[in-house]
Design a protein around this ligand. Sequence first.
Ligand SMILES: Cc1ncc(COP(=O)(O)O)c(C=O)c1O
Length: 456
Amino acid sequence: VAVTPLAVELRRDDAAPLHVQLAGQVRHRIAQGLVSPGARIPSSRALATDLGVSRAVVEQSYDQLLAEGWLVARRGSGTFVADVGSLPRQGPPGRPRAAPPPPRLVRLGTGTPWVDPRHEAAWRRAWRDVSVATPPADYPDPAGLAELRAEIAGYVARTRGLACTADEVLVTSGTTHGMGLVLDDQAPGAVGIEDPGYRAAVATATVRGRAVLDLPVDAEGVRCDVLAGTLQEVAAIYVTPAHQHPLGTTMSAARRVALLEEARRRGAVVLEDDYDSEFRYDVAPLPALAALDRRQVVHLGTTSKTLTPALRLGWAVADADRVARIAEQRDARHDHPPWPLQRALLTLMREGSLDKAVRSARRVYAARAARVASRLGHYGTLTTPVAGMYLTLLTPPPVARAVAHEAREADFEVPTLADYTRTDDRAGLVVGFGGVSDDALDAALGALEASLRRHA
Ligand SMILES: Cc1ncc(COP(=O)(O)O)c(C=O)c1O
């Protein structure tokens, strides 16, 4: 049988070793049907000479491809292409693209918290604790570590007026994960979501194939009365009662009662996203909506705003039956909260480090909010600075667009209300001040102020 040449090209400047490159290219040619099944390929000695590499390189790649079943060896007659069928044609595997250079962009986003640098020692201690602990030999409890659930129950009782027990707490990978778990446990139906509102909440509903009903928001909070006009089944209503995201208002008592009534009437669960009420600077954090009705409301908390969004840890507080049902589903699909993360958070909470991080961030946010308000407040209608790490300045739409555009030209990014809405026609800038240094914030405020002066 004639030998079929293998058109391969090896590069010594490639990060991949020669035998990996060779195996990759031969595998690709066979999978694409570019060499016929049964074709005899060159001996390792001949190909090594051809390519100017050592014979060991070729032997190593042939051995790999033989083990994977792309090649077959026949004793005494050589190495042949196996009959594997062929995949749809694709281009040759590209070289990995170089990572883009880090952007110079300063982001005034709402998603990145300021964390006191003094917190670093506590963070290291927590991970040292994890490193000397013996991990469990089996999957962890799908609802979360018992001790952590108890600690979280104490935390929400103390900080949110939400008295609960450990069996009403579910450890999650953050707010959006908790929302997804609750939605997966609900009967079919649409999800009502504040608009303007948190886009990740919309995505969490739509990736599950659920329709989203955009619920308008006014000065008192979400207007669930508009649900009266829909014939659709409503499975859930997502709200941010403590600090509407991103308009910054607090839901009034009357609206809370109306929302719970509407939810009860429709058999919908209310998802209370309590993302930043630790950072209330005017009065003590408001009692959670879930404190009014534990059966109807699931309270979602996160460490994304207090520690780092990279941690992926949060909690859901719900009635014990719902928690048990969801834990059972998680167990079935091996969706267990990672044990090391939970251990680390447990240490941080027990030591009081989470409380300390919250206290110092709250002071910094209060000062920064006052700075933003004094510099930008008179160029539009500013949300009252009461909590959190951003303020929203309502402006006419052309002003918001022009200022955001000019900011981008000056290498910083400020979101506009348009980024948070599908149906609302208010416009403005959402000025986040958590993820930047004081100096960067001052520079950005100077540029925003100049830009607003020109356009407002
Ligand atoms: C309104 C709102 N909810 C929740 C979160 C946090 O979500 P997660 O806990 O999934 O990181 C954020 C973070 O930016 C947020 O802005």
